[in-house]
Design a protein around this ligand. Structure first.
Ligand code: ST9
Ligand code: ZN
Ligand code: ZN
Length: 333
């Protein structure tokens, strides 16, 4: 199916016109990779991360307790921060930069990079590199959040231990030239720490305090820490829950699944059986905008002339694939 997907991507190009330069994205499963024999390397805990992630989640719980004392404006602002930081991951790091599933103009890329820094999920370059190895070596030692190691590891555990050496070895062989050539990606990488302090913590805290007199404590714990940790967990559910629970209408030989609950909380990213089968489809789902705010956002950007060249898989191809490798739950069956 790797070859098949390359052909599909090439076909998408002919429809999409000037998309040729993105044809090398290495997000297609590589079935030639074999895990090394012998015992697995020992797990090495990273205590700094364990402590910081614990503190973040304690802070988020405190934010939950403060929710009733937040003003309506602060709650609306929290929702806006949620949506904005989520789009920085879904429309930005994921569909644009990891998969090159559509093309974005310079102003839109700046907007997405700003939103991405508010989400504080590693810089775009690192995120996209980890994500390409996740697709190419899915559920093997070379997958950073290998779901075969269990729910906890796929969800958050992978950020609390040293990476398996194969992740770094295989990741080092990926072609990332498109990311290196994108000045917005490289600018964000150079100024990552400052952008995160500003956008993930200072802006969410200070805007409600300055504009409508919210207390700094509520600003820090609600649109700050609570919003940050909810976006993180919604993203991690794609790696954990959507690799374990749901139907596999498109390819029953892989673990990623269609999970509507995850799709809702991750603004469109839970149709994971479809997405691993056709990683270059900009909608990450057969069903366009259904439970998929990110697709609606990309469509809006195209309507405004800020994006273009959306890649999509044809209904015929989807049907043929569902009939050939699906688990029978596709509505056509
Ligand atoms: C976070 C990310 O939360 C979340 C990602 C979610 C993904 C979801 C995907 C699902 C689909 C999309 C859905 C989106 C839904 C969004 C919904 C929104 C509502 N290839 O890293 P080091 C090199 S982040 C090649 O230290 P260790 C590296 O360059 C949260 N090379 O590895 C370096 O080289 P050099 C906040 C690689 O020591 C060397 O290896 N951030 C690769 O094993 C060492 O790198 C954190 O919590 C690669 N793939 O440490 C921080 N990887 O030395 C987390 C690495 O030459 N990170 N290299 O520079 C860390 O602290 C560490 O990375 C570690 C591993 C402890 C985890
Ligand atoms: Zn996945
Ligand atoms: Zn992906």
């Amino acid at each position: 199916t790797a070859t098949e997907n390359r052909h599909l991507r090439a076909a998408g190009h002919q429809n999409g016109g000037a998309m040729a330069e993105a044809s090398t994205v290495e997000d297609v499963f590589d079935d030639t990779y074999r895990e090394k024999d012998g015992p697995k390397p020992a797990m090495r805990l990273v205590w700094r991360n364990i402590i910081l992630m614990s503190l973040l989640h304690v802070g988020a719980l405190y934010g939950l307790l403060l929710l009733p004392s937040a003003s309506a404006s602060t709650l609306a602002w929290t929702a806006a921060c949620y949506l904005f930081s989520a789009l920085g991951v879904t429309a930005g790091a994921h569909r644009l930069w990891s998969h090159r599933s559509y093309k974005a103009s310079f102003p839109l890329r700046v907007f997405l990079a700003v939103a991405n820094s508010m989400s504080f999920q590693n810089d775009i370059f690192e995120w996209a590199r980890d994500h390409r190895v996740h697709h190419k070596f899915s559920e093997t030692d070379a997958d950073p959040h290998n779901a075969k190691r269990g729910f906890f590891f796929a969800h958050i555990g992978w950020l609390l231990v040293r990476k398996h050496p194969d992740v770094i070895e295989k990741g080092g062989k990926l072609d990332l030239s498109d990311l290196k050539a994108d000045e917005v990606v490289m600018f964000q990488r150079r100024h990552y720490k400052l952008s995160v302090v500003t956008l993930c913590f200072l802006v969410p805290t200070l805007v409600p305090w300055y504009f409508w007199g919210e207390s700094l404590v509520v600003g820090y714990f609600v649109p700050g820490l609570l919003r940050y940790s909810v976006v993180l967990n919604a993203s991690w559910l794609v790696n954990s829950a959507a690799h374990m629970w749901g139907n596999r209408p498109y390819d029953a030989t892989i673990n990623p699944r269609e999970n509507p609950v995850v799709a809702f909380s991750a603004v469109g990213e839970g149709f994971h059986n479809y997405h691993h089968t056709f990683p270059f489809d900009y909608a990450t789902s057969e069903f366009g905008c259904r439970l998929n705010l990110t697709t609606a956002f990309i469509d809006l950007m195209c309507f405004l002339g800020l994006a273009g060249d959306r890649k999509r898989v044809s209904k015929d191809t989807i049907l043929a694939r569902a009939q050939r490798t699906g688990d029978g739950s596709h509505k056509s069956g």
